[in-house]
Design a protein around this ligand. Structure first.
Ligand SMILES: Cc1ncc(COP(=O)(O)O)c(C=O)c1O
Length: 609
């Protein structure tokens, strides 16, 4: 074994290192670096050997007395580090930035170029500061709301301070929020919510008091607030000009950008795009989240369904009972393995498979029941599983819309033989591309799916059965890993939004999705049943409110499934729902103004009729 420590490239040209300073191995020093008395550079963090992590100090960097730079940190050219600064491992400081006296830059902080950080600032792990920002003395950032929680470390998310923002002295910035480009945060403020670009905010809690462009001289005390610009204050945006999307993945990205970039970057830098640690970690975490033994990443929700059907050896001549009120993929997977989908109508209130109608559809060829947990509400799994048990049938859950939903505390995967998830981007847990998952407590199913998703391979070039390329790629696993940590929080936000809708829409001639005892819903979409649905949809669209219809054509009336021989009237509840259902905007980041706006437009529509 090669035990030699990498040498530091010290003083390539003109480095001035005080005799009392310590420079550990594997520190790459640029030209004209000055390291003053009692500094330590390249100090190994806990659990890391000296020299194991490279430390990079650019050209013309000055590090004043008593500063401590951990191994794995990097400082760009021209940086100035004042006295008694601590910069932790994996922190990155861009060119020409300065770090004030006594400042703590925690690990994984990213500081851009030409940033000024004044004395005694404290930057929590994963704080990002973009180029040209100015951070006043004693600014503190935070990265977790509940530091003593056992899983706190999984939730770390520092704020992002955008390019050119100015943060006054003694400001506190909460975790996971964004201070917009060029924004100005008045001294002493406590910032608990994201700040728009070029907004001027101030106070405890910080509120918007104007814009940077409308700011007056701070010495003009007539206005009451030293920063306010009374005349040019921006008018509140007219509510009629509001745009509300059906879902907003950009808003979500703003809250996870930093973690996401690090996660994706890591994979690209490691050149490891298939399999790997990110996939196995995500699988373990998702299984734990679902309360099940096994989770397997696959290429889509559709392939998850097909792989489970194949793992259960369901194929030609078999029948699978399912719902016509779903996305085409549910039936497609059954047909793909050669079996026949047998539709059973749904309950009016939930759109889920009606258990009272299942028995009548069972024949000697029936092998499985495949309920869909539509809109984020579990199907009546207690009753469905009871029927399946009594009749010796398998149960495959289509959980594409139900990440984190539960009935009597049990999530998909612990009811049926296996649950199939879609991680399509817009789902409650969505990848940045196609991805899916199989969750099961049955080790044999897990083993078979693992084999089938990867060409039936038992060794790199040895296949025991003919399978597929239906793997989840590493990038998607990493993306999902970042999002999974927030899923419970996002689902809780969706439930709050649903409650707010129910309050604001009460008394209108629409049928709302209501909570039910024992069910924990996750509102993949918030679907109402509306009279004059098409006219309402147009009215909302004209008012800037996007809506959706899940699904306008029941499966038994799909041209692609005509060979099944169903006609209009075969499944009247599903057909009735297809005429009335309307999904209103629903996403975890949706704010109260938007909810009220959508509800006010629905109200306006019915009041004008
Ligand atoms: C109920 C249902 N089943 C299956 C699928 C298929 O998932 P994917 O698009 O990931 O293949 C979806 C996706 O929208 C779905 O909503």
């Amino acid at each position: 074994m090669d035990t030699e420590e990498p040498e530091s490239e010290i003083g390539a040209v003109d480095a001035t290192i005080a005799s009392t300073a310590i420079v550990h191995p594997n520190v790459k020093l640029g030209r004209n670096v000055v390291i003053e008395d009692f500094c330590i550079v390249g100090y190994p963090p806990k659990g890391v050997q000296a020299g194991e992590l490279p430390t990079v100090i650019g050209d013309n960097v000055t590090i004043r007395t008593h500063s401590l730079i951990y191994a794995g940190a990097s400082l760009g050219n021209g940086c100035h580090v004042a006295h008694h600064v601590m910069i932790r491992e994996h922190a990155r400081i861009g060119d020409n930035s300065s770090i004030g006296m006594n400042t703590l830059v925690e690990h994984h902080c990213v500081v851009g170029r030409n940033v000024r950080i004044q004395a005694q600032a404290g930057l929590a792990e994963y704080t990002t500061i973009e180029d040209d920002a100015w951070i006043g003395p004693r600014v503190v950032t935070a990265n977790v709301y509940h530091p003593t929680c056992a899983r706190a470390k999984e939730c770390l998310a520092g704020p992002i301070i955008r390019r050119g923002a100015i943060i006054g002295g003694h400001v506190f910035i909460a975790p996971d929020i964004e201070i917009g480009a060029g924004a100005f945060v008045g001294a002493g403020s406590v910032v608990g919510r994201s700040v728009e670009d070029r907004a001027l905010v101030f106070g405890v809690p910080a509120k918007k008091i104007g814009t940077v462009d409308g700011m007056r001289c701070p010495f003009d005390m007539i206005t009451g607030s030293p920063y306010a610009a009374p005349k040019e204050e921006e008018p509140a945006p007219a509510k009629t000009s509001m745009q509300v999307p059906l879902m907003d993945l950009s808003a979500q990205y703003q809250t996870i950008k930093q973690d996401m970039r690090l996660a994706v970057d890591r994979i690209i830098l490691n050149n490891r795009f298939i399999g790997g640690k990110e996939l196995t970690e995500f699988e373990a975490d998702f299984a734990r989240f679902c309360g099940a033994e096994h989770a397997l990443g696959v290429s889509s929700g559709t392939s998850a369904l097909e792989l489970v059907l194949r793992a259960l050896e369901i194929g030609a001549g078999d029948e699978v009972i399912t719902t016509p009120h779903t996305f085409i993929a549910t039936a497609e997977a059954i047909l793909a393995v050669g079996a026949r989908p047998v539709f059973v109508d749904v309950e009016t209130a939930t759109g889920n498979l009606d258990p009272a109608l299942i028995e009548a559809a069972i024949t000697p060829r029936t092998r499985a029941i495949l309920p869909v947990h539509l809109y984020g509400r579990l199907a009546a799994m207690d009753r469905i599983c009871e029927i399946a048990r009594a009749r010796g049938l398998r149960v495959i859950e289509d959980a594409a819309q139900a990440h984190g939903a539960a009935l009597h505390g049990r999530q998909p995967g612990s009811w049926g033989d296996a649950a199939c998830f879609s991680f399509y981007p817009g789902k409650n847990l969505g990848a940045y591309g196609d991805a899916g998952g199989v969750v099961t407590n049955d080790a044999a199913i897990a083993k078979r799916v693992a084999l089938l998703r990867d060409h039936g391979r038992t060794e790199k070039y040895v296949s025991s059965v003919i399978g597929f390329n239906a793997r989840m790629d590493t990038l998607q696993a990493a993306v999902l890993g970042v999002k999974l940590r927030r899923l419970a929080k996002w689902n809780a936000a969706r439930r709050r939004i649903a409650d707010a809708y129910r309050t604001h829409l009460a008394g209108l001639p629409v049928v709302l999705p209501e909570p039910a005892a024992g069910y924990e819903d996750v509102y993949y979409v918030f679907v109402i049943r509306a009279r004059a649905r098409e006219a309402l949809r147009k009215f909302l669209n004209d008012a800037g409110v996007a809506t959706g219809i899940y699904y306008p054509v029941p499966l038994h009336l799909q041209p692609a499934l005509a060979s099944l021989g169903h006609g209009k009237g075969s499944f009247p509840v599903s057909e009735g729902l297809a005429e009335e259902i309307l999904a209103l905007p629903m996403y975890a980041e949706m704010d109260g103004d938007k909810i009220e706006y959508v509800a006010s437009k629905v109200r306006q529509f019915y009041e004008s009729r």
